[in-house]
Design a binder for this molecule. Structure first.
Ligand SMILES: [Zn+2]
Ligand SMILES: [Zn+2]
Length: 391
């Protein structure tokens, strides 16, 4: 069974929803218009219940099958955009300067809306499907907020599934992986305090710029010398801010960075290492370092049994040859991890690639590939029908 015919029939509707969402991107926890559009469409499809308010702008639609049953599953899409200024030049480009759907969450939302429309119309399953529209994937952990605010108590389900488009994989090809598929994430925030002085009198001060340079170099040794080589870890300093003029030694320098890992022991090691190295290198220079290592998202870990069911649904839509094993996980972060930590389930990648010149997600020239809208919607609908079979 390839793309579901009935879903293919409203490809143009899904594209129109996607372009509308793309023109009106909203940042994490500010998805007010998006949430309203989703609620309005779900009501229009005749979904049994539409609940708004979890994590502020979150929406959950309840669709009951034509056949009774206590089985229930959740299908989750994310809704937020990024603080990036769009450079696609498309007719449906962002109308909000500096904000852009650069991760394809406009497409994710539209695919799940397409599945909801089909499932509410056909109801060819036994039990309940919850369609979960989650805010704040890119920042603030909307997934955690929905779980903490009672998603799984209010909407009891046995399993929950997620999906992300992936431009470097050919359009319509799925990628699956047992165990870790995306990394755990921590933010690093280091403030180095020395003593300011005239740039020509360095002996009168403690130069936090020199100290920071030494810290950045020394931090590289944590992954290369402390993490077991066969395991994965990342420590990146992405921002250094300090000083403002040629000839003044500033008082402080602030550095921001990210750490990534899969194994919890590696996360503990990275946290201890970043704090130890930054603090002691600063002390060695007679400066101080205030180090914060804030854990944001845990690793996204697929349950093999749920992944097998997801794979089967993907194979039903795209054919077994276009459902490929993903050899290596990505070091990107994903807050669907909070849902997978609370509930059995799996996260799958859906290829969105058009060709070698495609922009990757989070790039100002990225645009979701509308060709895969019916593929993703068919995957969701097929997964629901296969997991909740009629008696
Ligand atoms: Zn993203
Ligand atoms: Zn994303």
């Amino acid at each position: 069974m390839p793309v579901i015919n009935r879903i293919a029939e409203f490809h143009a509707d899904m594209t129109a929803w996607r372009h509308d969402l793309h023109q009106h991107p909203e940042l994490a926890l500010k998805e007010t218009r998006t949430s309203g559009v989703v609620q309005q469409l779900l009501h229009g499809f005749g979904v049994d219940e539409v609940h708004a308010g979890l994590a502020g702008t979150g929406v959950v639609g309840v669709i009951r099958g034509a056949h009774p049953g206590s089985a229930a599953i959740g299908l989750r899409a994310d809704m937020d955009a990024l603080p990036i200024h769009e450079e696609t030049g498309t007719a449906w480009a962002s109308q909000t300067p500096g904000v852009m759907h650069a991760c394809g969450h406009d497409g994710h939302t539209s695919m799940l809306l397409g599945a909801a429309k089909y499932l509410a119309e056909t109801r060819n399953f036994a039990g309940t499907v919850y369609v979960i529209f989650q805010p704040a994937d890119e920042n603030f952990g909307g997934g955690r907020m929905m779980v903490d605010e009672g998603l799984f108590e209010q909407f009891p389900m046995q399993q929950v599934y997620g999906m992300h488009n992936w431009p470097s994989v050919p359009a319509g090809t799925f990628k699956w992986r047992d165990g870790p598929i995306m990394a755990a994430v921590a933010n690093i925030d280091i403030t180095v305090t020395g003593r300011g002085a005239h740039g020509a009198q360095p002996h009168m001060g403690v130069d936090p710029i020199v100290v920071s340079a030494a810290i950045v170099q020394a931090l590289q040794s944590i992954v290369s010398r402390n993490v077991e080589p066969a395991r994965a870890g990342v420590v990146t300093i992405g921002s250094i801010q300090g000083g403002h003029i040629f000839n003044v030694i500033p008082e402080t320098v602030r550095m921001l960075g990210t750490a990534r890992w899969f194994d919890p022991e590696v996360g503990d090691l990275l946290e201890a290492g970043v704090i130890r190295v930054a603090t002691h290198v600063a002390q060695g220079f007679g400066a101080t370092a205030d180090v914060r290592f804030s854990r944001e998202y845990p690793a996204t870990v697929n349950d093999p049994a749920a992944m097998a069911l997801a794979r089967h649904a993907a194979e039903s839509v795209s054919g077994p040859a276009r459902v490929e094993h993903m050899a290596l996980p990505t070091m990107g972060g994903e807050d669907f991890s909070f849902m997978l930590n609370a509930k059995q389930g799996a996260y799958i990648m859906l290829g969105a690639g058009r060709g070698p010149d495609d922009a990757m997600v989070h790039h100002p020239k990225y645009d979701f590939n509308d060709d895969i809208l019916p593929v993703g919607a068919s995957y969701w609908a097929t997964l629901a029908e296969q997991l909740l079979p009629r008696g």
